[in-house]
Design a binder for this molecule. Structure first.
Ligand code: FES
Length: 99
């Protein structure tokens, strides 16, 4: 993934090579990259791409913070799984899931 594909406040969709699940790569503040699983922690629906700093699940209305993955609005109670992201030159690489 090219660094330029993920603007500050924006996102790009990649895939977890292990599960095939969609992952949103984000740059919440300049130079800070991380990624979140798109699989809602409520019942497993796919959450929408980050918008206005939040990720919304269309199934039951959960909202997650697009910078931390934390729950803003239930019914979900657990944050979205977070991935490490490393930057190598002008490329971003999806790292492992973080505990
Ligand atoms: S599956 Fe996302 S809110 Fe229910």
């Amino acid at each position: 993934m090219a660094v330029s594909a993920v603007p500050v406040g924006g996102s790009a969709q990649v895939k977890d090579p292990a599960t095939g699940d969609a992952v949103y790569l984000v740059q919440p503040t300049a130079g800070q990259y991380c990624a979140f699983s798109s699989v809602c922690t409520h019942s497993g629906c796919a959450v929408d791409a980050p918008k206005n700093g939040q990720m919304y699940c269309p199934c039951h209305g959960s909202k997650f913070d697009a910078a931390t993955g934390a729950v803003i609005n239930g019914p979900a109670t657990k944050p979205l799984p977070k991935y490490a992201v490393t930057k190598e030159g002008d490329k971003l690489n999806l790292g492992p899931l973080q505990a």
